[in-house]
Write a protein that binds this ligand. Structure first.
Ligand code: FRU
Length: 534
């Protein structure tokens, strides 16, 4: 965070000259450059070919392509003058890297924001036949900040008429000037059918402000939400507002995602959410959710490494999914993690659903089924009781640092504990498990390898269980330097990164204080998204 703050102050002149287009780079070329052999390079998660990356931005589906823009400093592996990097995918799994979409200009560097397809050409920036893709982002003016002004963050727009390949900044930016508030950023815009207007959710210091517009160019303030509600251990950032069906009922609710930094449940950055209703003007908390939420917050992911995530815009109605992706890092150490040419990865794309749990209405996350395209070999576990440890990988006909592990486990005693242990032969390991006495899932990365780079890194992270009964389902996605846990069908989700000196390819199930029974289980190794081999 300190480095980040320091770099906010880098003079604009340092990067005003770098407008040249970066050359188009495909995942194949990344392999040709040998980068999949780099230490800690993930095999099936999105990473920038080189340079720094943070938040996903402008996620929008258009014409058969999922667009992923991202906070990017192309000239360094630490946070700095922000650009929008760009990639497209047909399946959210295999990505094609495209040239940088948005460069800093005289109004500032390009902070986080969203993109929409303006299907009715309400902005007039395209035509009825060729509707524009419009990006709405925050200008961060470092000079203004240095000068001690409060109004250095404003909102601007840019448009593309060629499927996001080239971008033109709107001539009358900013479209939303700053009213004198230091933290005023990360616009997430969507079309509101009922109000027949665009709605912008904007992070404003300790709350979310909602603005509306008929044309994406003129914005009116509608309402504010969040002061004194939910977690407030840090500044509010990167909101998202969307409508969801409640699983198994015709009911509809609105969900508001709010990232906060610091103040997450396990320290540092994390994303909380609220369930309620939105009438085109005002977000009002659902009564039950309002009773459940306190200053501890309710989180989309209880791990340390899922931040600033938002959902894709313009997903076709016939698909109907609410698709999410987050930045797999934490501002506590993001700038110093031990990768060389690049920094940070995204989570896998996830489908969000809203369902009743033992704790009330909650957001569930699960990996998108498109990931199945990467499945290679599968190893099925026999149903059996495990008294202390079972070496799973010993019997597997394959080894890989890129695995999906699916388990249905049954815990005999109320104070029992079990964990999947991923390790290397240097006795470095990460444990992903459940502690019955605490009724919490956990990820223990205290011995997961290098953590000298930051004394904020090592630790055990906990997430509450939102299901009851002795049977637990656990899906783990493991990829070289990351693990994502989806427990009880996505009710508890935890994402953590790690940096072992040698890849983790040993898998064991360990149990403490009595038996855990494997009812069913399988391990699948996942192909790299690069066309080369390991
Ligand atoms: C979140 C964030 C955003 C901001 C961006 C700057 O991680 O701090 O609020 O727009 O990163 O890179």
């Amino acid at each position: 965070m300190k480095i980040k703050q320091l770099l906010y102050a880098v003079p604009m002149v340092l990067f005003m000259g770098c407008q040249a287009e970066s050359s188009k780079q495909t995942t194949d070329e990344v392999v040709d450059n040998g980068t999949t052999k780099e230490a800690h390079r993930l095999l099936y998660h999105f990473t920038p070919p080189s340079g720094w990356m943070n938040d996903p931005n402008g996620m929008v589906y258009h014409d058969g392509e999922y667009h992923l823009f991202y906070q990017h400093n192309p000239d360094s592996t630490v946070w700095g003058p922000m650009h929008w990097g760009h990639a497209v995918s047909k399946d959210m799994v295999q990505w094609e890297h495209l040239p940088i979409a948005l460069y800093p200009d005289s109004l500032g560097t390009i902070f986080s924001g969203s993109a929409v397809v303006d299907l009715n050409n309400t902005s007039g920036l395209g035509t009825a036949d060729n509707p524009p893709m419009v990006a709405i982002y925050t200008y961060h003016n470092a000079e203004g900040e240095r000068a001690g002004r409060n109004d250095y963050q404003t909102q601007g727009i840019a448009f593309s008429l060629d499927r996001g390949r080239s971008w033109t900044k709107y001539e009358s930016n900013p479209v939303l000037p700053n009213p004198g508030i230091r933290d005023f950023r990360d616009p997430k815009v969507s079309w509101n059918e009922e109000a027949q207007k665009w709605i912008m959710a904007l992070a404003v210091a300790d709350h979310i402000s909602f603005y509306s517009s008929k044309n994406l160019k003129e914005w009116q303030h509608e309402s504010d939400f969040g002061q004194g509600i939910g977690a407030h251990g840090g500044v509010w950032e990167c909101p998202d507002l969307f409508k969801m069906q409640v699983n198994g009922s015709g009911a509809e609710k609105w969900v508001l995602l709010v990232s906060i930094n610091p103040g997450g449940p396990n320290g540092g950055s994390a994303t909380q959410y609220f369930v309620g209703d939105f009438d085109g003007k005002r977000f009002v908390l659902d009564e039950q959710f309002s009773a459940d939420v306190d200053e501890k917050g309710i989180w989309i992911d209880y791990g340390r490494d899922n931040y600033a995530g938002v959902t894709w815009s313009n997903i076709p109605a016939e698909d109907g999914r609410r698709l999410f992706m987050g930045w797999m890092s934490n501002w506590k150490y993001a700038n110093v993690v031990p990768t060389e040419k690049w920094r940070s990865a995204m989570t896998v794309a996830r489908t969000l659903t809203l369902a009743e749990t033992s704790e009330g209405l909650r957001l569930l996350s699960n990996p998108v089924e498109e990931l199945e395209k990467l499945y290679q070999n599968e190893y099925t576990l026999e149903s059996q009781a495990v008294a202390s440890a079972l070496d799973i990988s010993e019997k597997m006909p394959f080894r890989s640092p890129a695995l999906q592990i699916d388990l249905e486990l049954e815990l005999a005693n109320a104070d029992g504990e079990f964990a999947v242990e991923l390790s290397n032969d240097q006795d470095q390991k990460i444990l992903v498990g459940y502690d019955a006495a605490k009724n919490q899932y956990f990820i223990d990365r205290t011995k997961a390898g290098t953590h000298k780079f930051s004394d904020e890194f090592a630790g055990i992270h906990y997430g509450p269980r939102l299901a009851s009964g002795a049977v637990h389902t656990m899906k783990l996605l493991v990829d070289v330097a990351s693990v994502e846990l989806f427990a009880d069908g996505g009710k508890t989700v935890m994402t953590d990164i790690f940096f072992p000196d040698e890849e983790f390819t040993n898998v064991r199930l360990v149990s403490q204080k009595g038996n855990v029974r494997i009812n069913a289980g399988k391990v699948t190794d996942l192909k790299s998204i690069y066309n080369g081999s390991l």
